[in-house]
Ligand binder design. Structure first.
Ligand SMILES: C[S@@+](CC[C@H](N)C(=O)[O-])C[C@H]1O[C@@H](n2cnc3c(N)ncnc32)[C@H](O)[C@@H]1O
Length: 230
């Protein structure tokens, strides 16, 4: 009941019908790698450490799309536990198809609203949260749908360990300004930028998703907004 009350996913959750290999990945891998709904009922009770064996560092990616950034991260850091939420069926199936032959011991996923998972996770438990290219919802009357808001930042601050990091990116300038302002005025976050153009500089070891590359080809500039939990 409570889960239904807080679920908020705007826009489509399924696009084109899935091809055989994607459907197969969804049918076989999702049951193994997904966080069960029973774990999501009670607020602040799901410890990330309970989802993995022998992991102490945890990273949550919100709205991972086709999961290219997440995939690269989980391959590069086998010692870290990665949690990803993506409600779009085509995105989730694409990600699962790509990782089907890999080690799955450091990845758990949810095909639903990331905020349901956020509410369920224990406090001070995450090292990093990524919100990459969230939907911009450009119309003023839709701004309340944006993933970055004071309310959601309070939730992200609750989840992050002290000194933990929130990285937000976008190639929509008005959304960059919005996210930067929201996080800057939030009492629990501090912007890590040292120089004026830091927010336009790709972080070291960054992996560009197709979405990010498409924006670049179209002449848009990506912003990388990195905030630390105070
Ligand atoms: C523009 S895409 C960006 C995808 C990916 N992060 C990237 O940079 O390539 C935004 C994504 O956010 C997802 N999304 C929207 N609302 C969400 C929610 N409440 N929880 C989790 N993901 C959400 C969408 O399904 C979509 O895949």
């Amino acid at each position: 009941m409570q889960k239904e009350r807080i679920r908020k996913v705007y826009g489509r959750r399924q696009g084109r019908p899935l091809r055989g290999d994607r459907q197969k990945a969804l049918d076989t891998l999702y049951p193994k790698l997904s966080i069960s709904m029973e774990c999501l009922g009670k607020e602040g009770t799901l410890a990330p450490s309970s989802l993995f064996e022998e992991k102490t560092t945890f990273i949550f990616e919100i709205g991972f799309g086709s999961g290219e950034f997440l995939h690269n991260n989980m391959r590069t850091h086998p010692d870290i536990g990665f949690i990803g939420a993506e409600p779009f069926v085509n995105g989730m199936s694409s990600f699962l198809k790509e990782i089907k032959d890999e080690d799955h011991s450091n990845i758990r996923v949810l095909m639903d609203d990331a905020l349901i998972l956020a509410h369920s996770l224990t406090s001070d438990s995450l090292d990093h949260i990524y919100v990459l290219n969230p939907d911009p919802w450009p119309k003023t009357r839709h701004h309340k749908r944006r993933m970055i808001s004071q309310r959601n930042l309070t939730e992200f601050a609750r989840l992050l360990k002290s000194g933990g990091t929130l990285t937000m990116t976008t190639d929509v300038d008005s959304l960059a300004e919005w996210m930067c302002t929201q996080a800057s005025i939030h009492p629990d976050f501090e912007w890590t930028a040292q120089k004026g153009d830091d927010w336009r500089t790709m972080p070291q070891g960054w992996y560009q998703t197709r979405y990010e590359l498409k924006g670049k080809e179209a002449g848009r500039q990506q912003s990388y907004l990195i905030f630390e939990r105070r």
